[in-house]
Design a protein around this ligand. Structure first.
Ligand code: GLA
Length: 393
Protein backbone atom coordinates (compact mmCIF):
# COMPACT_ATOMS: atom_id res chain seq x y z
CA UNK A 1 0.00 0.00 0.00
CA UNK A 2 2.85 2.35 0.77
CA UNK A 3 4.96 2.93 -2.32
CA UNK A 4 8.61 2.08 -1.75
CA UNK A 5 11.32 3.75 -3.79
CA UNK A 6 14.83 2.61 -4.62
CA UNK A 7 17.38 4.04 -2.21
CA UNK A 8 20.27 6.20 -3.32
CA UNK A 9 22.67 3.25 -3.67
CA UNK A 10 20.30 1.33 -5.92
CA UNK A 11 19.79 4.40 -8.08
CA UNK A 12 23.54 4.92 -8.20
CA UNK A 13 24.23 1.40 -9.33
CA UNK A 14 21.45 1.58 -11.96
CA UNK A 15 22.88 4.84 -13.28
CA UNK A 16 26.41 3.41 -13.34
CA UNK A 17 25.24 0.34 -15.21
CA UNK A 18 23.47 2.50 -17.78
CA UNK A 19 26.53 4.70 -18.11
CA UNK A 20 28.68 1.62 -18.69
CA UNK A 21 26.32 0.33 -21.39
CA UNK A 22 26.34 3.66 -23.21
CA UNK A 23 29.90 4.86 -22.77
CA UNK A 24 31.90 1.74 -22.03
CA UNK A 25 35.20 3.26 -23.17
CA UNK A 26 35.34 5.98 -20.47
CA UNK A 27 34.28 4.97 -16.94
CA UNK A 28 32.40 7.54 -14.82
CA UNK A 29 34.51 9.62 -12.48
CA UNK A 30 31.99 11.51 -10.40
CA UNK A 31 28.59 11.04 -8.84
CA UNK A 32 26.29 13.25 -6.81
CA UNK A 33 22.76 13.32 -5.48
CA UNK A 34 20.23 15.81 -4.16
CA UNK A 35 16.84 15.27 -2.52
CA UNK A 36 13.30 16.39 -3.28
CA UNK A 37 11.43 18.07 -0.46
CA UNK A 38 8.10 18.29 1.28
CA UNK A 39 7.06 21.57 2.78
CA UNK A 40 5.55 21.14 6.26
CA UNK A 41 4.20 24.69 6.45
CA UNK A 42 4.89 28.14 4.97
CA UNK A 43 3.33 27.97 1.52
CA UNK A 44 3.71 30.74 -1.05
CA UNK A 45 5.67 32.72 1.50
CA UNK A 46 9.20 32.27 0.10
CA UNK A 47 8.82 34.79 -2.73
CA UNK A 48 7.34 37.20 -0.19
CA UNK A 49 10.54 37.08 1.86
CA UNK A 50 8.73 35.13 4.56
CA UNK A 51 9.47 31.90 6.46
CA UNK A 52 9.13 28.32 5.22
CA UNK A 53 9.56 25.00 7.04
CA UNK A 54 10.38 22.23 4.57
CA UNK A 55 12.32 18.99 5.04
CA UNK A 56 14.33 16.98 2.52
CA UNK A 57 12.95 13.62 1.41
CA UNK A 58 14.71 10.29 1.10
CA UNK A 59 13.81 10.51 -2.62
CA UNK A 60 16.75 11.78 -4.62
CA UNK A 61 18.07 12.52 -8.06
CA UNK A 62 21.44 10.92 -8.81
CA UNK A 63 23.87 12.07 -11.50
CA UNK A 64 26.80 9.91 -12.62
CA UNK A 65 29.34 10.85 -15.25
CA UNK A 66 32.70 12.14 -16.22
CA UNK A 67 34.68 14.31 -18.60
CA UNK A 68 35.07 13.07 -22.15
CA UNK A 69 37.74 13.47 -24.76
CA UNK A 70 34.88 13.54 -27.28
CA UNK A 71 32.94 16.56 -28.45
CA UNK A 72 30.23 18.34 -26.49
CA UNK A 73 27.94 17.20 -23.71
CA UNK A 74 25.68 14.17 -23.63
CA UNK A 75 23.11 13.64 -20.89
CA UNK A 76 20.82 10.63 -20.65
CA UNK A 77 17.94 10.32 -18.23
CA UNK A 78 16.51 7.12 -16.88
CA UNK A 79 13.29 8.88 -15.79
CA UNK A 80 10.05 7.15 -16.61
CA UNK A 81 8.36 10.23 -18.05
CA UNK A 82 9.34 9.12 -21.51
CA UNK A 83 7.13 11.04 -23.87
CA UNK A 84 10.35 12.86 -24.69
CA UNK A 85 13.75 11.65 -25.89
CA UNK A 86 15.88 10.46 -23.01
CA UNK A 87 19.12 11.58 -24.52
CA UNK A 88 20.30 15.08 -25.30
CA UNK A 89 23.51 16.25 -26.97
CA UNK A 90 24.66 19.82 -27.03
CA UNK A 91 27.77 21.92 -27.10
CA UNK A 92 29.24 24.07 -24.33
CA UNK A 93 30.78 26.47 -26.79
CA UNK A 94 29.92 27.72 -30.26
CA UNK A 95 27.02 29.93 -31.17
CA UNK A 96 25.85 30.36 -27.58
CA UNK A 97 22.40 28.98 -28.46
CA UNK A 98 23.06 25.40 -27.48
CA UNK A 99 22.23 26.14 -23.86
CA UNK A 100 18.97 27.87 -24.73
CA UNK A 101 15.84 26.18 -23.43
CA UNK A 102 14.08 23.87 -25.87
CA UNK A 103 13.23 20.19 -26.16
CA UNK A 104 13.40 17.80 -24.40
CA UNK A 105 11.99 19.80 -21.50
CA UNK A 106 13.77 17.82 -18.78
CA UNK A 107 17.12 18.90 -20.24
CA UNK A 108 16.29 22.57 -19.67
CA UNK A 109 17.09 22.17 -15.97
CA UNK A 110 20.47 20.73 -16.89
CA UNK A 111 21.20 23.48 -19.43
CA UNK A 112 20.07 26.13 -16.96
CA UNK A 113 22.42 24.83 -14.29
CA UNK A 114 25.32 24.76 -16.73
CA UNK A 115 24.48 28.30 -17.83
CA UNK A 116 24.49 29.57 -14.25
CA UNK A 117 27.35 27.41 -12.99
CA UNK A 118 29.74 29.60 -11.03
CA UNK A 119 33.12 28.57 -12.44
CA UNK A 120 34.28 29.03 -16.02
CA UNK A 121 35.84 26.32 -18.13
CA UNK A 122 33.67 23.24 -17.68
CA UNK A 123 35.07 20.32 -19.68
CA UNK A 124 32.95 18.38 -22.15
CA UNK A 125 31.26 15.55 -20.31
CA UNK A 126 28.75 12.74 -20.33
CA UNK A 127 26.24 12.03 -17.60
CA UNK A 128 23.37 9.71 -16.70
CA UNK A 129 20.55 10.90 -14.45
CA UNK A 130 18.31 8.65 -12.34
CA UNK A 131 15.69 9.78 -9.86
CA UNK A 132 13.25 8.47 -7.30
CA UNK A 133 11.48 11.82 -6.81
CA UNK A 134 7.93 11.50 -8.18
CA UNK A 135 7.59 13.81 -11.20
CA UNK A 136 4.97 16.57 -11.16
CA UNK A 137 3.94 15.68 -7.61
CA UNK A 138 4.95 18.97 -6.03
CA UNK A 139 7.90 17.29 -4.28
CA UNK A 140 10.53 19.34 -6.13
CA UNK A 141 11.77 16.84 -8.65
CA UNK A 142 13.08 19.82 -10.64
CA UNK A 143 15.03 21.38 -7.76
CA UNK A 144 16.54 17.99 -6.95
CA UNK A 145 17.70 17.63 -10.58
CA UNK A 146 19.17 21.13 -10.60
CA UNK A 147 20.99 20.72 -7.31
CA UNK A 148 22.20 17.18 -8.07
CA UNK A 149 23.53 18.38 -11.41
CA UNK A 150 25.25 21.36 -9.85
CA UNK A 151 26.86 19.09 -7.26
CA UNK A 152 28.04 16.81 -10.07
CA UNK A 153 29.55 19.77 -11.99
CA UNK A 154 31.40 20.84 -8.84
CA UNK A 155 33.46 17.70 -9.18
CA UNK A 156 34.31 18.28 -12.83
CA UNK A 157 35.39 21.87 -12.28
CA UNK A 158 35.15 23.11 -8.69
CA UNK A 159 33.51 26.46 -7.99
CA UNK A 160 34.30 28.30 -4.74
CA UNK A 161 32.14 25.81 -2.81
CA UNK A 162 29.92 28.50 -1.32
CA UNK A 163 26.53 26.89 -0.73
CA UNK A 164 24.24 29.90 -0.94
CA UNK A 165 25.68 30.79 -4.34
CA UNK A 166 24.86 27.26 -5.45
CA UNK A 167 21.27 27.62 -4.25
CA UNK A 168 20.84 30.92 -6.08
CA UNK A 169 22.38 29.56 -9.29
CA UNK A 170 19.95 26.63 -9.27
CA UNK A 171 17.01 28.96 -8.62
CA UNK A 172 18.17 31.08 -11.57
CA UNK A 173 18.26 27.96 -13.74
CA UNK A 174 14.60 27.38 -12.96
CA UNK A 175 13.71 31.01 -13.75
CA UNK A 176 15.55 31.28 -17.03
CA UNK A 177 15.29 27.74 -18.38
CA UNK A 178 12.04 26.31 -17.01
CA UNK A 179 10.15 29.60 -17.05
CA UNK A 180 9.00 29.21 -13.43
CA UNK A 181 9.55 32.32 -11.27
CA UNK A 182 9.92 30.14 -8.16
CA UNK A 183 11.05 31.26 -4.73
CA UNK A 184 14.15 29.93 -3.01
CA UNK A 185 12.71 27.22 -0.76
CA UNK A 186 13.15 24.10 -2.91
CA UNK A 187 16.75 24.62 -3.95
CA UNK A 188 17.67 25.89 -0.48
CA UNK A 189 16.44 22.85 1.40
CA UNK A 190 17.83 20.51 -1.25
CA UNK A 191 21.30 21.93 -0.51
CA UNK A 192 21.16 22.67 3.23
CA UNK A 193 18.90 19.99 4.75
CA UNK A 194 20.09 17.83 7.65
CA UNK A 195 18.98 14.30 8.34
CA UNK A 196 16.39 14.10 11.14
CA UNK A 197 15.57 17.81 10.89
CA UNK A 198 13.16 20.19 9.24
CA UNK A 199 14.64 23.49 8.10
CA UNK A 200 13.19 26.84 9.11
CA UNK A 201 14.32 29.21 6.36
CA UNK A 202 14.10 32.95 6.62
CA UNK A 203 13.72 33.85 2.95
CA UNK A 204 14.68 37.47 3.58
CA UNK A 205 17.99 37.03 5.43
CA UNK A 206 18.56 33.60 3.83
CA UNK A 207 19.50 32.21 7.23
CA UNK A 208 18.21 28.81 8.26
CA UNK A 209 17.72 26.92 11.51
CA UNK A 210 17.47 23.13 11.69
CA UNK A 211 14.57 21.94 13.83
CA UNK A 212 14.81 18.34 15.12
CA UNK A 213 12.11 16.06 13.72
CA UNK A 214 13.04 12.51 14.51
CA UNK A 215 10.53 11.45 17.15
CA UNK A 216 9.89 7.74 16.53
CA UNK A 217 6.30 8.07 17.75
CA UNK A 218 5.57 10.38 14.83
CA UNK A 219 5.09 9.69 11.13
CA UNK A 220 5.13 12.07 8.18
CA UNK A 221 2.83 10.72 5.52
CA UNK A 222 2.76 12.12 2.01
CA UNK A 223 -0.31 11.36 -0.06
CA UNK A 224 -0.07 11.94 -3.80
CA UNK A 225 -3.42 12.94 -5.29
CA UNK A 226 -1.97 11.83 -8.63
CA UNK A 227 -3.41 14.98 -10.11
CA UNK A 228 -0.35 16.32 -11.90
CA UNK A 229 0.54 19.82 -10.95
CA UNK A 230 2.47 22.17 -13.17
CA UNK A 231 3.79 25.57 -12.19
CA UNK A 232 4.52 26.61 -15.75
CA UNK A 233 0.93 27.81 -16.26
CA UNK A 234 -0.15 31.33 -15.42
CA UNK A 235 -1.43 30.73 -11.88
CA UNK A 236 1.90 30.76 -10.04
CA UNK A 237 3.24 33.95 -11.70
CA UNK A 238 -0.17 35.60 -11.22
CA UNK A 239 -0.11 34.86 -7.47
CA UNK A 240 3.37 36.30 -7.31
CA UNK A 241 2.27 39.44 -9.10
CA UNK A 242 -0.73 39.89 -6.83
CA UNK A 243 1.55 39.77 -3.80
CA UNK A 244 3.85 42.37 -5.31
CA UNK A 245 0.86 44.59 -6.07
CA UNK A 246 -0.37 44.25 -2.49
CA UNK A 247 3.04 45.12 -1.03
CA UNK A 248 3.43 48.12 -3.28
CA UNK A 249 -0.10 49.38 -2.54
CA UNK A 250 0.89 49.25 1.13
CA UNK A 251 4.14 51.07 0.48
CA UNK A 252 6.36 48.10 1.44
CA UNK A 253 9.08 46.14 -0.33
CA UNK A 254 7.42 42.82 0.43
CA UNK A 255 4.51 41.34 2.37
CA UNK A 256 7.00 40.26 5.02
CA UNK A 257 6.99 43.86 6.21
CA UNK A 258 3.20 44.17 6.43
CA UNK A 259 1.25 43.46 9.62
CA UNK A 260 -2.35 42.27 9.70
CA UNK A 261 -3.31 45.55 11.32
CA UNK A 262 -1.82 47.50 8.40
CA UNK A 263 -3.57 45.24 5.93
CA UNK A 264 -6.93 45.66 7.66
CA UNK A 265 -6.53 49.42 7.74
CA UNK A 266 -5.91 49.43 3.99
CA UNK A 267 -8.62 46.89 3.18
CA UNK A 268 -11.02 49.40 1.63
CA UNK A 269 -8.54 50.60 -0.95
CA UNK A 270 -7.44 47.09 -2.00
CA UNK A 271 -9.12 44.91 -4.58
CA UNK A 272 -10.75 41.95 -2.79
CA UNK A 273 -8.59 39.32 -4.51
CA UNK A 274 -5.39 41.20 -3.73
CA UNK A 275 -6.53 41.61 -0.12
CA UNK A 276 -7.18 37.87 0.28
CA UNK A 277 -3.85 36.88 -1.27
CA UNK A 278 -2.03 39.25 1.07
CA UNK A 279 -3.96 38.05 4.09
CA UNK A 280 -2.94 34.47 3.41
CA UNK A 281 0.72 35.39 3.07
CA UNK A 282 0.90 37.59 6.17
CA UNK A 283 -0.86 35.02 8.37
CA UNK A 284 1.04 32.10 6.86
CA UNK A 285 4.35 33.74 7.72
CA UNK A 286 3.22 34.04 11.37
CA UNK A 287 1.89 30.48 11.36
CA UNK A 288 5.22 29.16 10.12
CA UNK A 289 7.22 30.79 12.90
CA UNK A 290 4.67 29.56 15.45
CA UNK A 291 4.75 26.05 13.96
CA UNK A 292 8.54 25.87 14.21
CA UNK A 293 8.28 26.84 17.90
CA UNK A 294 5.60 24.21 18.45
CA UNK A 295 7.78 21.57 16.81
CA UNK A 296 10.75 22.48 19.01
CA UNK A 297 8.54 21.99 22.09
CA UNK A 298 7.07 18.74 20.76
CA UNK A 299 3.60 20.33 20.68
CA UNK A 300 2.39 18.26 17.76
CA UNK A 301 -1.24 19.08 18.40
CA UNK A 302 -0.60 22.78 17.98
CA UNK A 303 1.58 22.09 14.95
CA UNK A 304 -1.23 20.04 13.41
CA UNK A 305 -3.80 22.77 13.99
CA UNK A 306 -1.55 25.25 12.23
CA UNK A 307 -1.21 22.86 9.29
CA UNK A 308 -4.98 22.73 8.92
CA UNK A 309 -5.29 26.51 9.20
CA UNK A 310 -2.64 26.77 6.50
CA UNK A 311 -4.57 24.43 4.23
CA UNK A 312 -7.84 26.29 4.75
CA UNK A 313 -6.16 29.57 3.96
CA UNK A 314 -4.56 28.15 0.78
CA UNK A 315 -8.00 26.88 -0.21
CA UNK A 316 -10.09 29.93 0.61
CA UNK A 317 -7.81 32.96 0.48
CA UNK A 318 -4.96 32.00 -1.84
CA UNK A 319 -7.08 29.65 -3.96
CA UNK A 320 -4.37 27.20 -4.97
CA UNK A 321 -5.93 24.00 -3.65
CA UNK A 322 -8.29 21.77 -5.61
CA UNK A 323 -11.13 19.40 -4.78
CA UNK A 324 -8.86 16.36 -4.68
CA UNK A 325 -6.41 17.92 -2.21
CA UNK A 326 -9.32 19.11 -0.05
CA UNK A 327 -10.75 15.59 -0.01
CA UNK A 328 -7.42 14.11 1.04
CA UNK A 329 -7.01 16.59 3.89
CA UNK A 330 -10.58 16.12 5.15
CA UNK A 331 -10.23 12.34 5.07
CA UNK A 332 -6.92 12.45 6.95
CA UNK A 333 -8.37 14.71 9.63
CA UNK A 334 -11.13 12.19 10.36
CA UNK A 335 -8.62 9.66 11.65
CA UNK A 336 -7.80 9.47 15.34
CA UNK A 337 -4.11 10.03 15.89
CA UNK A 338 -3.74 12.51 13.03
CA UNK A 339 -2.39 15.86 14.22
CA UNK A 340 -2.69 17.81 11.01
CA UNK A 341 -2.77 17.67 7.24
CA UNK A 342 -2.42 20.15 4.38
CA UNK A 343 -1.64 20.51 0.72
CA UNK A 344 2.07 21.01 0.09
CA UNK A 345 3.99 22.81 -2.65
CA UNK A 346 2.64 25.11 -5.34
CA UNK A 347 -0.86 23.57 -5.37
CA UNK A 348 -3.44 22.69 -8.05
CA UNK A 349 -2.69 19.00 -7.55
CA UNK A 350 0.33 17.14 -6.27
CA UNK A 351 0.51 15.99 -2.68
CA UNK A 352 -0.72 16.51 0.85
CA UNK A 353 1.45 16.11 3.93
CA UNK A 354 0.04 14.66 7.12
CA UNK A 355 1.58 14.50 10.59
CA UNK A 356 0.31 11.63 12.69
CA UNK A 357 1.03 9.23 15.51
CA UNK A 358 2.95 6.23 14.25
CA UNK A 359 0.34 3.76 15.53
CA UNK A 360 -2.35 5.41 13.37
CA UNK A 361 -0.61 4.96 10.03
CA UNK A 362 -2.43 1.86 8.75
CA UNK A 363 -5.80 3.19 9.78
CA UNK A 364 -5.07 6.55 8.15
CA UNK A 365 -4.01 5.01 4.85
CA UNK A 366 -7.07 2.76 4.72
CA UNK A 367 -9.42 5.58 5.55
CA UNK A 368 -7.94 8.05 3.04
CA UNK A 369 -8.02 5.37 0.35
CA UNK A 370 -11.65 4.68 1.08
CA UNK A 371 -12.71 8.32 1.10
CA UNK A 372 -10.68 9.65 -1.83
CA UNK A 373 -12.49 9.79 -5.17
CA UNK A 374 -9.25 9.21 -7.09
CA UNK A 375 -6.36 6.78 -6.73
CA UNK A 376 -3.87 7.98 -4.14
CA UNK A 377 -0.26 6.93 -3.65
CA UNK A 378 1.28 6.95 -0.18
CA UNK A 379 4.85 7.61 0.91
CA UNK A 380 6.00 7.33 4.51
CA UNK A 381 9.03 9.58 4.82
CA UNK A 382 11.70 10.81 7.20
CA UNK A 383 13.68 14.07 7.09
CA UNK A 384 16.79 13.38 5.06
CA UNK A 385 20.06 15.07 4.22
CA UNK A 386 20.81 17.60 1.50
CA UNK A 387 22.95 17.32 -1.64
CA UNK A 388 26.19 15.40 -1.51
CA UNK A 389 28.81 13.69 -3.60
CA UNK A 390 28.69 9.90 -3.85
CA UNK A 391 31.68 7.65 -3.85
CA UNK A 392 32.26 5.46 -6.88
CA UNK A 393 34.78 3.23 -5.14
C1 GLA B 1 6.83 25.93 -5.56
C2 GLA B 1 8.01 26.89 -5.70
C3 GLA B 1 8.49 27.34 -4.32
C4 GLA B 1 7.34 27.86 -3.47
C5 GLA B 1 6.17 26.87 -3.49
C6 GLA B 1 4.96 27.41 -2.78
O1 GLA B 1 7.26 24.75 -4.97
O2 GLA B 1 9.06 26.28 -6.39
O3 GLA B 1 9.50 28.30 -4.45
O4 GLA B 1 6.96 29.13 -3.87
O5 GLA B 1 5.80 26.53 -4.81
O6 GLA B 1 5.20 27.53 -1.42
Amino acid sequence: MVTKFPDVWTLLSDARRRYGELFAEEPPQAAACAPGRVNLIGEHTDYNQGFVLPMALPFVTVVVGGPTSGQGVTVVTAAEDADEPRRVDFSLTGDGCSLSPGLPRWANYVKGVIQHYRAPGLPNFRAVVASSVPLGGGLSSSASLEVAFYTFLQQLKPDNGEKLGKVLACQQAEHTHAGVPCGIMDQFVSVFAREGHALLIDCRSLEATSVPLADPSLVILITNSNIKHSLTGSEYPTRRRHCEQAASALGKDSLRDVTIKELEEAKEKLDDVIYRRARHVIEEIQRTVQAAEALKKGSYKEFGQLMVESHNSLRDLYEVSCKELDELVSAAMEVEGVFGSRMTGGGFGGCTVTLLQAHAIDKAILHIQEKYSGTPTFYVTTPSEGSRTLSLI
